[in-house]
Design a protein around this ligand. Structure first.
Ligand code: 4AZ
Length: 231
């Protein structure tokens, strides 16, 4: 997170982080005791057995209160690693997290998207500046503004295609998600409405952060169908 502030897990009890072969790589959100919402690009091309999901942690340098292995990934068949369309994944855990109020909690996917210009909360252990290489040891958070669709399409015009499965948010030039925040939550009114996905650089004036739009029909239906497989 660039331009944010330190926080603790008590303020963001639904956030988890993913390790792949012991390395911190991404964030995620707990949708249920056994299901984690993250970005497809955090897991695409890799194997479930190489991942662990860490919950209840504020800092990366202490062992997380709860660590679980990943049984399987679910990625939409139309996920495109080239343009990040449908950048969403559900990770099914081998054993459920035990939910402990204030430290480990679930969050619901958002069915109706926040209106343009709403302020939303992003959180993660990603780098605090575009050129940093190491993640933030402490969990950080920032409030960013949801951009009108047109403003974001104009920002990326000629550079990248934005699809209906994407939504942009930023305080342009100041606050943004960045490398390592991928897969983590964008929250509005207590629901997860976005997944950190991509952007050109971080907190640049010209290029807002792009998030998977959880409330878009294609993404919302993928999430619901995948969660239903469990029941
Ligand atoms: C990344 O590299 C990344 N500013 C994540 C989010 C953003 C940019 C890059 C959005 O994982």
């Amino acid at each position: 997170i660039v331009g944010g502030q330190e926080t603790t897990i008590a303020q963001v009890p639904y956030i988890v982080y993913l390790r792949q072969s012991q390395n911190f790589i991404c964030g995620g959100s707990l949708l249920s005791a056994k299901c984690v919402l993250s970005a497809a690009h955090c897991v695409y091309g890799f194997q479930a057995k190489d991942y662990t999901v860490h919950a209840g942690a504020t800092r990366l340098d202490e062992s997380a209160p709860m660590v679980r292995e990943v049984l399987s990934f679910h990625i939409p068949p139309n996920y495109s690693p080239n343009n990040f369309d449908m950048d969403v994944a559900i990770l099914r855990l081998t054993t459920p997290m035990s939910l402990s109020p204030g430290q480990v909690a679930t969050i619901q996917p958002c069915r109706s998207p926040p209106a343009a210009n709403s302020y939303v909360k992003i959180s993660g252990w990603g780098v605090t500046a575009e050129n940093n290489r190491e993640p933030s040891i402490q969990l950080r958070t920032a409030m960013v503004r949801v951009l009108p669709n047109l403003e974001c399409r104009l920002a990326y015009a000629g550079q990248a295609q934005l699809s209906d499965s994407m939504v942009c948010a930023a305080v342009r030039g100041l606050k943004d998600s960045c490398s390592g925040d991928s897969g983590g939550p964008l929250v509005y009114r207590g629901q997860v409405c976005g997944i950190v996905s991509w952007g050109f650089g971080c907190a640049r004036i010209s290029y807002p952060g792009v998030y998977t739009n959880v409330a878009s029909v294609r993404v919302y239906e993928f999430i619901q169908q995948t969660l239903n497989l469990n029941r």
